[in-house]
Design a protein around this ligand. Structure first.
Ligand SMILES: NC(=O)C1=CN([C@@H]2O[C@H](COP(=O)(O)OP(=O)(O)OC[C@H]3O[C@@H](n4cnc5c(N)ncnc54)[C@H](OP(=O)(O)O)[C@@H]3O)[C@@H](O)[C@H]2O)C=CC1
Ligand SMILES: O=C(O)C1=N[C@H](C(=O)O)C[C@H](O)C1
Length: 245
């Protein structure tokens, strides 16, 4: 049995993770921790793997503690940019046996959307992202949208800039730019997590869309991450690293 600690255990995602881990035959929750609970409970409970769905402001401190204590980390919390990932690499330098998976999105459809977007990016002169989430989300753009934008930007290397004649703009009307890719963030009651990537070229568009209709959609990916991380030391970014895409 893999001994799992859940950080953010009373949150929207964390509470689903507790249920999913308990339902899996080969793992158990040994510590369910939320804000104000001491991280030392993870060590007391001999947790082997931590699943973190907390907040972008606290996740780095959690990682520092877990890595220092030899606990593998499956991280769903958003807000990771290259600078934060470099810090995680630094934390791991002294603990090469520890694994950390940072997954912008654990939904299989979202993982496929990101891969398909990376493939499509080279074939279209225009690409923009629309992400749609519930209004209680703390960060914008979403981690998934930012990661997708970076993948598209990397795939477009060497291509001409996207056409855009805008010279006069209400602030924000054209969205945020992540590595030069426009991202538009909607916060809509009733929604969970949704993303569209719209590509355009000569007399043609391609729209790729994924919808998470319930937070259970993320759980097969989280459980896979817990199962895999115990034998995958080092930092992996994206669940696709554990899939044969
Ligand atoms: N990668 C993926 O597939 C997905 C990622 N996410 C990301 O996961 C994160 C959490 O989302 P969501 O569950 O909706 O958010 P919630 O606010 O519902 O849950 C976060 C929980 O973490 C708690 N928390 C805050 N600080 C700490 C701490 N230091 N230690 C332990 N627990 C703490 C919060 O407590 P309190 O409310 O008291 O502050 C809250 O209970 C977000 O960054 C979101 O973007 C979400 C869905 C899927
Ligand atoms: O906050 C959320 O809900 C989600 N956050 C992640 C993100 O920022 O991409 C993953 C998913 O979109 C749900």
């Amino acid at each position: 049995m893999i001994r799992v600690g859940v950080l953010g255990a009373r949150g929207r995602m964390g509470s689903e993770v507790v249920r999913a881990v308990e339902a899996a035959k080969d793992m158990e929750v040994v510590a369910a921790i939320d804000a104000d609970d001491p991280l030392s409970a993870l060590v007391d409970a001999r947790a082997e793997v931590v699943v973190d769905f907390t907040h972008p402001d606290v996740v780095m401190g959690n990682l520092e503690f877990c890595i220092a204590n030899g606990i593998h980390c499956v991280v769903g919390t958003s807000g990771f940019d290259n600078a934060k990932l470099a810090l995680v690499e630094q934390m791991l330098a002294g603990k090469p046996e520890v694994g950390v998976l940072v997954a912008p999105n654990f939904g299989i459809g979202a993982v496929l959307l990101m891969r398909f977007s990376e493939i499509a990016a080279r074939y279209y002169e225009s690409a923009e992202i629309i992400e749609l989430h519930h209004p209680r989300k703390a960060d914008a753009p979403s981690g998934t949208a930012a990661h997708t934008a970076r993948l598209i930007a990397a795939a477009r290397e060497g291509m001409d800039p996207m056409p855009d004649a805008t010279t006069q703009e209400e602030q924000g009307a054209r969205g945020a730019q992540v590595d030069g890719v426009r991202v538009h963030s909607l916060r809509i009651s009733g929604m969970i997590a949704h993303q569209e990537v719209v590509f355009g070229g000569e007399s043609e568009t391609l729209t790729i869309r994924q919808d998470s209709l319930h937070r259970t959609s993320f759980m097969p990916g989280v459980v896979l991450g817990v199962r895999e991380i115990v034998s995958r030391p080092g930092l992996a970014v994206g669940l696709d690293k554990y899939l044969d895409l």
